[in-house]
Design a protein around this ligand. Structure first.
Ligand code: ADE
Length: 267
């Protein structure tokens, strides 16, 4: 009887009273198959589960417990995937990986852009003066005062350090350059030099893509540390579509290589 009592007390403290730690993952998200393929290859043993029409691949990369998924293209797909992801997995962090249109005058295909801050270049108002970007509204309806959502500063630092260590694919005649700064997100594949210049001159954007700010907005709402990593497949100009087709694979690989290095540097 005495032993039974002791055992019950032990059982209570071990299994009832002690909160069960939820498995924490680092999520790695891309929009396209090409953007996540290298990461799935790095995972080795993996378990695939489907929730809400999205395939989630659970496994380990560089010893880190990860969940990898393809979000689909554009802000709606990105927001939906981030919502399903965050409601079904406990996350320590989220890293987005993929390609973008480079906007910096020196940017070439294969270069990397570490997104320090993101904004939606197509969220705003259109009046007699033309189009202007406005800050997002939070779920509560509260107006934000600035258009940018900021990546986690520690993850940005880790990304910058890791970038110096990666053996990137040389897509052009030089080693890929590493840029850090603003990324402009919108539901538009930009292949227009005037629009590209507007994004660079008006907002200092170094790259444009179609998912980052949507993911960033949700991560900010849920207080999940995140960083958006991109590699340039094109220059968002009149040749952008052709350049994208030509460089989507190596640029995706460069972004994914950086993510693998970042994962290796995380405790
Ligand atoms: N992703 C890759 N290139 C892009 C571009 N030019 N515009 C938007 N998203 C992109």
């Amino acid at each position: 009887m005495k032993y039974l009592l002791k055992f019950s007390v032990l059982f209570f403290f071990l299994f009832i009273n002690v909160p069960v730690a939820r498995a924490q993952y680092i999520a790695v998200m891309g929009a396209l198959d090409q953007e996540i393929n290298l990461l799935l290859g790095e995972m080795g043993k993996q378990k695939k589960i489907q929730i809400g029409g999205i395939d989630f691949y659970k496994g380990k990369i560089k010893g880190q417990k990860v969940v990898v998924l393809k979000a689909g293209v554009g802000k709606v797909n990105a927001a939906y995937s981030t919502a399903v992801l965050t409601q079904n997995f406990g996350l320590d962090a989220l890293i987005f990986t993929g390609v973008a249109g480079g906007l910096h005058p020196e940017s070439l295909p294969g270069d990397l852009v570490i997104g320090e801050r993101l904004f939606q270049h197509d969220f705003g108002k259109f009046d007699s003066l033309g189009f202007s970007v406005t800050p997002y509204r939070e779920l509560t309806g509260r107006h934000l005062t600035q258009i940018y959502v900021h990546s986690d500063s520690l993850l940005v630092l880790k990304s910058q350090t890791a970038a110096g260590l990666v053996d990137f694919v040389e897509v052009t005649q030089r080693r890929p350059k590493i840029f850090s700064g603003t990324i402009a997100t919108g539901d538009i594949f930009v292949s227009n030099p005037e629009k590209a210049l507007w994004l660079y001159e008006e907002f200092g954007a170094l790259a444009t893509e179609m998912e980052g700010a949507a993911v960033a907005h949700i991560c900010q709402t849920l207080a999940i540390p995140f960083v958006i990593i991109r590699s340039c497949s094109d220059n968002a100009n009149t040749h952008a579509r052709m350049s994208f087709e030509q460089f989507v694979e190596p640029a995706s690989a460069n972004s994914a290589k950086l993510v693998v290095e970042i994962l290796g540097s995380m405790e």
